[in-house]
Every structure is written in structure tokens, then in C-alpha cells.
Design a protein around this ligand. Sequence first.
Ligand SMILES: Nc1ncnc2c1ncn2[C@@H]1O[C@H](COP(=O)(O)OP(=O)(O)OP(=O)(O)O)[C@@H](O)[C@H]1O
Ligand SMILES: [Mg+2]
Length: 269
Amino acid sequence: MSPRTGTQSLLQVRGLTKTFSGITAVNRLDLDVEAGSIVGLIGPNGSGKSTTIDCITGFTPADGGRVLFDGADVSRKSPEALAELGMVRTFQNVRIYEGMSVLDNLVVAARSLRRYPWWEQVVSSRRVSRLEHDLRQEALGHLDLVGIGKYADAPTGILSYGQRKLVAFAMCLMGKPKLIILDEPLAGVNPTVIRRISELIDELNGLGQTFLMIEHNVDFIMRHCAKVVVLEQGQLLTEGPPAAIRTDPRVLEAYLGDYAAHSVEALNA
Ligand SMILES: Nc1ncnc2c1ncn2[C@@H]1O[C@H](COP(=O)(O)OP(=O)(O)OP(=O)(O)O)[C@@H](O)[C@H]1O
Ligand SMILES: [Mg+2]
């Protein structure tokens, strides 16, 4: 349970700390993501947002603290083990295999989550081919959902930056994750793709999907998130519903500044 909200937390981070050669990037951070919610993580450049999710998802070893996911301590788990448990992420800089087809990128991502026992591969190649067929069907469904189904067989290298972001999003959907963590899903994408990602997040959240997302597009964060967590120099500055965050003087000073003064209309839209 989250001590602050009294609701069930899917992700609980306690005292997370990470130092890089003398710079404390994340400093004793507590963070809760409640099941079924969308939580936004915001803060100035260099405030430790990406490092926080790198530590949570096992891509960077934390120096201290604990990560609990779905009731289990997962503090020392690898990214692959966490993905198998249902915690997946995208990266600030999209990571996909350019030489592979779009569809194969999704299949490869999912294959690593479903290890076939060796005896199945020897005894029942038919069963393995059926699983592969199912994976391809699932991948096609996700590519259609994000709106790039027609590129399924194209080499990923020909896609635009925004389309690659959609591929990364579709990759996250493979295997029905419990928690999707997005690092700047909108950075560098055009308004049409922003709208598509926005609709997808709403649609999926309506079906119960939980999200933790970092994003500098504050309108987007304020519109989607039930709770916004604000970092400053690796520490929790404050957290709360958008209405409280956008008027919090500490947040205005540390981060929102001009945004708050000029986007009241956007926030009320
Ligand atoms: N691998 C690394 N080695 C050394 N320092 C690092 C490393 N990764 C991050 N840092 C430092 O940790 C601090 C936090 O960086 P981080 O990337 O987490 O910030 P951020 O909030 O994601 O910023 P942005 O909004 O620019 O993406 C910065 O001072 C950064 O220079
Ligand atoms: Mg970052």
C-alpha cells in the first residue's frame, strides 16, 4: 500500500540513491505508482529522472534503496527478469535494431520474455512454430494499434524518428506488461504522433494499464496524470495531483516558471 494515498501500489521505490563519480544523481527517493494510474515524473534537465528509471528497470545498478514491484522485492533484478515480471520501458533515445524489419523488432523483444524449455524445442518444433506464429500475430496487432501496421515488413532504418517512437511504444505492449515506463515519449515527434500517443495512453489506461512517464511537455503530463512527481537535483521536491503541482510555488520556481504563467488556457482545455 502507498503510505500517502492508501491505495495499492504496483511500484514502490524507497530510498533510491545513485551517485556518479561524486554527483548524486538520485538522492534517497521514494516513489509510488498505484495500479491502474498514470504517474508523471518531471523536473529540470539533469534532475535525475532518467537515472531514476534506469535504476528501477535494472539498467543501472543503484547504490542504495529498494524497489518493490507487484509485492516482490526486485531491487537487484536484471532488465530481462523485470520485463518477464511485467515491467517494461522505452528510452529517451530510441533503441531498436535498424537492420531488422519493424515486425521482427517486436518479435525479438517478446521472444526474450518467453523462453522455450529445451525439450519443447527438441520434442515439439510444431509447438514452437505455433508460439512464433502467435507472437507475430500479436506484434501485427500492436503495430496496427499504434498506426504503423503498413510498415510491418519494412526495415526499421527507413522509419522517421516519430515512427520509431511508435515502434518503441508497440514493443512495450508485447506480452501484456503490468507497468509501462516511458522516457520522454513525445520528444522530437510531430503533433500528429503526439495526438496518437496521447490517445493510445488514454485507451490503454482505460483498460487498466499502468504508466510511469517522464515528459517535458507539461500540458501532456498535466492532462494525463493522476499524480505528478517533481524532482530537483535528484530529490523529491513535491508530488500531488496536477492542480496542486501547477500552483506550487516551489515547482514554479524550480521548473514550471513561464509555462505556468502562459498556459492556463491550455491546462483548462
Ligand atoms: N552514466 C553517467 N555517468 C555520469 N553521470 C551521469 C550518468 N548518467 C547521468 N549522469 C548525471 O546524473 C544527473 C542526472 O541525469 P539524468 O539523465 O538522470 O537527468 P534527467 O532528469 O533525465 O535530465 P533530462 O531532462 O535532461 O533528460 C546529471 O547530472 C547527469 O550528468
Ligand atoms: Mg532524461
